[in-house]
Design a protein around this ligand. Structure first.
Ligand code: GRF
Length: 206
């Protein structure tokens, strides 16, 4: 059996997506193993989940660096420390990480992100609010590869979630997150065990 692919998960919040990956990696043959969890701020619920699981955590906060470029370099150093075989031998998963990765960090590894809307609709930090405000009847979640833009990278997988009458941002986001966790777990497994190719933005996972 081949060794599990090392994964660094980047987080900013409660870490329910992280927890889903922590739980999934104990399944035999899952094919991915979280080697570290990085946050852009101290004291997040996600870092506490990492600690409880015995996974090393680190904080790389923008205000601790002179500018965004220095933060990008520092984040890249953290990633390289945990993923020495990268860019080919590892994965970075942005799971509720509320920062745009810079070019140096992006060169370190294949990076994927989970987003609570059906991209390219409603990119950015307020996807659920924006979808509700627009009056859509169906929204959902997207797992995609990260490029230099804001939620613009090639799409790996999407699942739809219907909007219910009377939904608030909170109720809709909770229903999306329940689906999103499952989609993320499945997509990381598929990428880790099968790899992927990209042609004209279209991703193929053999
Ligand atoms: C997810 O819906 C993610 O797509 C969005 O923020 C949420 C993070 O949730 N960017 P959690 O921290 O994994 O619980």
């Amino acid at each position: 059996m081949s060794a599990a692919l090392p994964v660094v998960v980047l987080v900013s919040g409660a870490g329910s997506n992280l927890q889903a990956l922590i739980d999934a990696q104990t399944t035999p043959g899952y094919g991915a193993r979280i080697v570290a969890v990085g946050a852009d701020r101290p004291g997040t619920g996600a870092l506490a989940r990492a600690e409880a699981a015995g996974i090393p955590g680190f904080v790389c906060a923008v205000p601790d660096h002179p500018d965004r470029s220095a933060w990008d370099d520092a984040l890249a150093r953290h990633l390289a420390a945990y993923l020495p075989e990268c860019p080919r031998g590892g994965l970075v998963v942005s799971a509720g990480f509320m920062k745009i990765l810079g070019p140096t960090a992006l060169r370190c590894a294949t990076v994927l992100n989970t987003h609570p809307a059906l991209l390219p609709a409603f990119p950015g930090a307020h996807a659920v609010r924006d979808a509700l405000a627009h009056g859509v009847r169906v929204t959902g979640c997207t797992v995609h590869l990260v490029d230099a833009g804001v939620d613009t990278g090639p799409i790996l997988a999407q699942w739809a979630v219907p909007v219910r009458t009377g939904d608030s941002e909170a109720t809709l986001h909770e229903r999306i997150k329940a689906v999103e966790r499952d989609l993320l777990v499945r997509t990381v497994h598929r990428l880790a065990t099968r790899g992927h190719t990209i042609t004209d933005r279209k991703v193929t996972i053999p």
